[in-house]
Design a protein around this ligand. Structure first.
Ligand code: SAH
Ligand code: SF4
Ligand code: F3S
Length: 480
């Protein structure tokens, strides 16, 4: 990169991203002015947004699609055909990043053939200095890079890219504000993703998210409730409340135990189903369990990432709880709501994890018998404290641990599913299954993926389905 160019770019700064102040985060209304949009920019043109990572990123992808449609673009089926392609990226593990680089790499010949095609990278990878440097050095086909904090600037940045015909890089490294009134084009008909808070202040030693998403900041309750009313009016049956640690909701607004109050207010809107992701064991409040018990429209399933069964490893991860306190929390939940389904995230091969410590993870899985778990091999993330520890577990040991863990997880997943055989579950039908257009799929109240024979009229309805067969990761059934 030559000096002159770098002066024009606004590049991420990881040190600034790690800063946290005590002020109440600012909520901005009207920063995005749809009537200032160049609504002719996309006339006769198409777009494609490819989103990676978590549901918060999916929600950002929906905002981008909403903006593009306001500018007159229409959706394309394929990245190769689209005039504007956006890679809305995830930085949580190296493999996720390589995947994005692979796809962007495959666009090089397409861009050569069609120099007017615009290729953008946004999302969490754009917040990482090394990633942006790699794009600048090796991916000349990328026209626009913007970050998670300036999503609202996308129409202006796109306009600049398209009219000035030169590369634009604008990534802010602020703690973050709450920006309201952005457009949205929802990706699902039956459920709506609703951010209740952004960012993360937990700084688990392995994790990049606090750097890429800024500090924990809550949306105001009235804005969240308005969004639920909106999706309800559009006929959606489920609100999925999103935050990296939903239990910390409201702390920055000076509310103690704000999440429970919010959850109850959301339930009071009368929407058929409410779910929330992700809970953190450190902030979990028992009033939330009481609310889950009290309101029939709050689904009885909980995703509570544990990461490791070894208290020593948890300490090195800076998770703020022990394996024992996690198991106590688990017991309390099961006691309060016996039918609750429990899912988690697990990491194997954290720096210096011994065979004994890994065994503790297996023991914890035996204790909690999770309905489902997402398991990952530890991946060093540049700039995080764990990346300064020695990544000393050989790749084959990590792989072997993952395999042993996955076998155990699949065993309990299947065992838990056995009890649903011949039962009738209430399934929110999302549409035809990916594998077979004659089969429909959706999630039960327990958050089980159900594939069932039904008909198109059932889409976006809550259907009674009799379960005929069970697998580790899904159930089969027939609509009644
Ligand atoms: N905020 C959520 C998780 C967000 S990231 C929570 O704390 O529970 C989703 C999952 O990715 C994490 O739960 C963790 O299991 C995994 N993960 C995060 N960073 C990782 C890393 N560096 N290597 C491997 N897995 C990681
Ligand atoms: Fe990452 Fe930990 Fe924050 Fe979850 S709580 S996003 S794992 S730092
Ligand atoms: Fe990935 Fe960023 Fe989400 S790193 S998991 S897209 S917050």
């Amino acid at each position: 990169m030559n000096e002159k160019k770098s002066e024009k770019y606004i590049l991420p700064d990881q040190r600034a991203e790690a800063k946290r102040s005590r002020n109440t985060p600012e909520t901005c209304y009207g920063l995005f002015q749809p009537d200032h949009l160049i609504t002719t920019l996309g006339r006769g043109k198409t777009y494609f947004v490819r989103t990676y990572g978590c549901q918060a990123n999916v929600r950002d992808g929906e905002t981008l699609a909403g903006m593009l449609e306001l500018m007159g673009f229409t959706a394309a089926e394929d990245a190769r055909e689209a005039d504007v392609v956006i890679y809305n990226s995830c930085a949580v593990r190296q493999a996720a990043e390589e995947h994005v680089f692979g796809e962007v790499g495959s666009m090089k010949p397409v861009k050569q053939k069609n120099p007017d095609k615009i290729i953008c990278i946004c999302g969490c990878m754009a917040q990482e200095p090394l990633v942006v440097q790699r794009i600048l050095d090796k991916y000349p086909q990328v026209d626009l890079v913007f970050g998670t904090h300036n999503l609202y600037r996308f129409p202006d940045l796109l306009y600049k890219t398209m009219t000035e015909k030169e590369r634009v890089v604008e990534v802010y490294s602020e703690e973050g504000r709450v920006i309201e009134d952005l457009p949205v084009r929802r990706s699902m008909q039956s459920k709506g993703f609703i951010n209740i808070m952004y960012g993360c202040d937990k700084f688990c030693t392995y994790c990049i998210v606090p750097y890429t998403r800024g500090r924990e900041r809550s949306r105001r309750r009235e804005d969240i409730l308005r969004e639920i009313e909106e999706i309800k009016a559009q006929g959606m049956k489920e609100a999925v409340l999103l935050g990296q640690n939903v239990n910390a909701y409201g702390k920055d607004l000076g509310e103690e135990d704000g999440f429970t109050g919010l959850l109850e207010a959301c339930a009071d809107t009368g929407i058929e189903r409410i779910r929330f992701y992700t809970s953190h064991p450190r902030d979990y409040s028992f009033t939330t369990i009481e609310a889950m018990k009290k309101y029939p429209n709050i689904m009885k399933s909980l995703h509570l990432p544990v990461q490791s069964g070894s208290s020593e490893v948890l300490k090195k991860m800076n998770r703020g709880y022990t394996a024992e306190s996690y198991m106590e929390l688990y017991d309390e939940m099961k006691k309060a709501i016996p039918q609750i389904t429990f899912t988690t995230d697990l990491i194997v091969g954290f720096p210096s994890e011994t065979d004994e410590q890994f065994q503790k993870t297996l023991d914890l899985v035996d204790y909690c018998q999770f309905d489902l778990a997402y398991s990952f091999v530890y991946s060093p993330r540049s700039g995080t404290p764990a990346a300064r520890m020695q990544d000393d577990i050989p790749a084959e040991v990590k792989k072997e641990r993952l395999q042993i863990l996955n076998e155990k997880l699949a065993f309990y997943a299947a065992k838990n599913n056995e009890k649903y055989k011949e039962k009738v579950l209430k399934v929110l039908c999302e549409g035809p299954s990916k594998k077979n257009p004659d089969v429909f799929s959706g999630y039960s109240e327990e958050n089980k993926l159900v594939n069932f024979t039904g008909n198109r009229n059932m889409i976006n309805d809550i259907v009674d389905v009799r379960i005929t067969d069970v697998h580790s990761f899904s159930l089969d059934g027939e609509a009644l």
